[in-house]
Design a protein around this ligand. Structure first.
Ligand SMILES: Nc1nc2c(ncn2[C@@H]2O[C@H](COP(=O)(O)OP(=O)(O)OP(=O)(O)O)[C@@H](O)[C@H]2O)c(=O)[nH]1
Ligand SMILES: [Mg+2]
Length: 462
């Protein structure tokens, strides 16, 4: 108001009066957008968020410069000083711009991104109203944590039953082999031995690690066994499923059952629920990232597990009053747009990228129909946050992780649709390193990051 006040007192009617005071009479129009970046571990969340900040910071130089509303984007500020647990953008940049370049580390804890965007006003009315400011808020977290969502709906006994079923089937039966026998031998009503329980919890953690790395499985519970984060006391993670237990088991204090049930309940009611409350509350837009190529390469069991995992995650975006989150957290998510992205599609040729996306949409067809029916606009975008390959004729050229030099390869075929049996011959996947020469002040090469960002902000009045 100072500009306007001084202009008025001196009665200044110069051109300056018209330019400056417009801002003052119509203070900056601000809005806040919370974008949920959702994806299992390794889906590409951290790389995506890093690239998103980079594309916005360099909006004048990249593809964004040519498209509305970014052609009116005046300035972008990545805020970190006043943000609690800021996203480690500079660490990611350091890894990506090292020689040889490396990907950002897998995420071990929760962090937050805040970006302020200021747009030049559009049209006569816009000019009168002044510049428009948009803050974008994004959370990053270890992808495993998402897989705990279904626990919110289970009692300890039900969880034990579910684990017993999972351990009955390949590949978990083989991976758990000897541990499964030990868990089966425990009488839930006998007095617990805390040292053995701690050992069993450590062995369950090793089992989950093997499920992830050897079998490419997604649903590895409890997730904090793999990525504890900083807010959980180690002792609270000392529980395991008791395979003799069931929904109706009851037992006195000090028994295996009582100890494991109490810790499971704490885990579910404070740790899991606290995270979901923070992650899902007030989300406006959602980006769902899925690494489809990895599970296609790992085989049918990994694809089936990915399907179940993603369905459980999408269940939380059920929009009706009866949606899981609505019931648990007593609010309705208000997400308007969901971008569904098959990630890392630079690993295959440009013609196969749509096929990867199609296979993802085939995998999730039923749940997507539910989400659409709930009134959410969905857009499928095959994405590469940072393009590691370059095309030369029919071949792709890239570097391998941790090595110098280049390889040239021809990516195999991707089926146009995912067969019902989930049995696919997918191209062999190579562990690619990021492209050379990445710098914070240049836009990273990518596939369709501009489409995604434009679509996400497309619903905003800017
Ligand atoms: N070629 C290629 N590889 C990618 C891309 N994005 C991610 N990757 C690969 O995928 C791995 C996992 O990516 P992250 O961004 O760490 O995945 P995340 O979802 O944050 O995983 P968590 O932190 O474990 O939850 C990286 O280390 C890369 O190897 C991409 O755009 N192109
Ligand atoms: Mg991460």
């Amino acid at each position: 108001m100072n500009d306007l006040g001084s202009a008025r007192t001196v009665g200044n009617k110069s051109a300056n009066w018209f330019k400056q005071p417009a801002k003052a009479r119509n203070p900056l129009r601000r809005s806040h957008l919370r974008v949920g970046v959702t994806g299992l571990s390794g889906a590409g969340k951290t790389t995506f968020i890093t690239s998103l900040i980079n594309q916005l910071e360099n909006h004048r130089k990249g593809l964004l410069a040519q498209r509305a509303p970014f052609d009116r984007l005046e300035s972008v500020r990545w805020r970190r000083d006043d943000v609690e647990r800021p996203f480690p953008y500079l660490d990611s940049i350091a890894a990506l711009s090292a020689e040889p370049a490396a990907w950002p580390d897998s995420t071990a804890d929760f962090s937050r991104v805040l970006l302020d965007l200021r747009f030049k006003p559009q049209g006569l009315l816009g000019k009168l109203q002044g510049a428009r400011e948009l803050s974008i808020e994004i959370l990053d977290y270890p992808g495993e944590w998402l897989l705990d969502l279904p626990l919110l709906n289970l009692s300890y006994g039900q969880w034990c039953e579910q684990m017993a079923q999972w351990l009955d089937r390949p590949p978990r039966d083989e991976l758990a082999a000897e541990l499964r026998a030990r868990l089966q031998a425990i009488d839930p009503t006998a007095l617990a031995d805390t040292e053995s329980l701690a050992q069993l919890a450590a062995d369950w953690t090793l089992f989950l690690q093997r499920c992830r790395t050897e079998a490419g499985l997604s649903r590895n519970q409890p997730a904090r066994f793999l990525q504890p984060g900083s807010d959980v006391a180690a002792q609270m993670l000392h529980f395991v499923p008791l395979l003799q237990a069931n929904q109706h088991t009851e037992a006195a204090a000090g028994t295996w059952w009582a100890l494991c049930e109490a810790r499971f309940n704490y885990y579910r009611d404070f740790i899991v629920r606290g995270f979901y409350d923070e992650h899902f509350r007030h989300l406006d837009q959602q980006v769902l990232l899925v690494d489809m190529l990895g599970p296609m390469d790992a085989g049918q069991a990994a694809l089936a597990d990915l399907k179940d995992a993603m369905e459980a995650v999408l269940e939380s975006f059920h929009y009706g009053q009866n949606g899981l989150l609505a019931r648990l957290l007593r609010f309705r998510p208000r997400i308007r747009r969901l971008a569904l992205c098959a990630t890392k599609v630079d690993k295959v040729g440009p013609r196969q990228q749509r096929a990867v996306q199609q296979c993802l949409e085939d995998l999730m067809v039923d749940r997507l129909a539910d989400v659409r029916h709930g009134g959410v606009e969905i857009k499928g975008i095959p994405l590469s946050a940072i393009r590691a390959t370059r095309q030369e004729g029919e071949s792709l050229v890239a570097g391998l992780q941790g090595k110098t030099g280049w390889i040239r390869y021809q990516p195999g075929d991707i089926p146009a649709h995912l067969p019902q049996s989930l049995e696919v011959n997918s191209p062999e996947l190579l562990p690619l390193r990021p492209p050379p020469g990445l710098h914070r002040n240049e836009p990273f090469p990518h596939y369709r990051m501009d489409d995604l960002v434009a679509w996400l902000l497309g619903g905003e009045r800017l």
